[in-house]
Design a protein around this ligand. Sequence first.
Ligand code: SAM
Length: 254
Amino acid sequence: MKITIKEHRGIHKLVCKAYGQVAAKSTSCCSGSSCCGPKPAASEGELGLSCGNPVAFSKVKKGMTVLDLGSGAGKDVFIAAPLAGAKGKVIGVDMTPEMLKLAAKNLVKFTARTGLANVEFRKGLIEKLPVKDAEADLVISNCVVNLSPDKPEVFREAFRALKPGGCIVVSDIVLNRELPPALKKHAGLYAACVAGALLRRDYLGAIKDAGFKGIKLLSDNAYRAGGTCSDPITDKAGKALNGAASSITVFAKK
Ligand SMILES: C[S@@+](CC[C@H](N)C(=O)[O-])C[C@H]1O[C@@H](n2cnc3c(N)ncnc32)[C@H](O)[C@@H]1O
């Protein structure tokens, strides 16, 4: 099913509003529906809205340029930056102004703590990355692609942004079966990273179609509705969601 430009913009607006509110509240645990299973975060990234740990599965080496799609408050950026070191660079891309504001605040603390000046946050869409061709050695993303209205375009953009031989390590939610129509159309459940998720085979197919090779599943865990914090929407939808979704981490190479 093709999504129209109008629907496309509507989804960006919905997601931006939801994560703007999460960032403005800036608690260490989600209080509403807009999160992908919040986790206690690194010292600067107080707000972690992740569904995996892509950096742990990535071999970040000194001097690398790492690009984080949908960097939020910067949790994974701040984990990757010391690994990339002073000669490397970590670029976080996010579309939500409030998230970028929070990330900028966290960056001040990170710089004071580490003395590193190798982090940059850029405002932009993951479907139209604000990076040059072949700028990155590694692309990471944590619980974001499911929120995009055009997942195949995100993977094509990630491919474009990577140097030849570069890798992508992405943690995300995928569906193991189609959701009931009422849940599929639920705006809150979309912002909660579930309703917009692709079927697993379509997700892996989109990575392959973008040109990636050597696609490997690095982790695969059942998604638990409600996560670690009480979440009214996914808690209510709990039964219908049982076994319907998984949190996976995928590796692929350009
Ligand atoms: C669930 S949070 C994950 C944040 C971060 N990766 C983490 O693990 O804490 C999703 C983030 O992706 C951003 N986002 C969602 N869709 C986006 C898009 N199409 N383009 C850019 N950023 C997007 C949101 O603004 C939000 O900060």
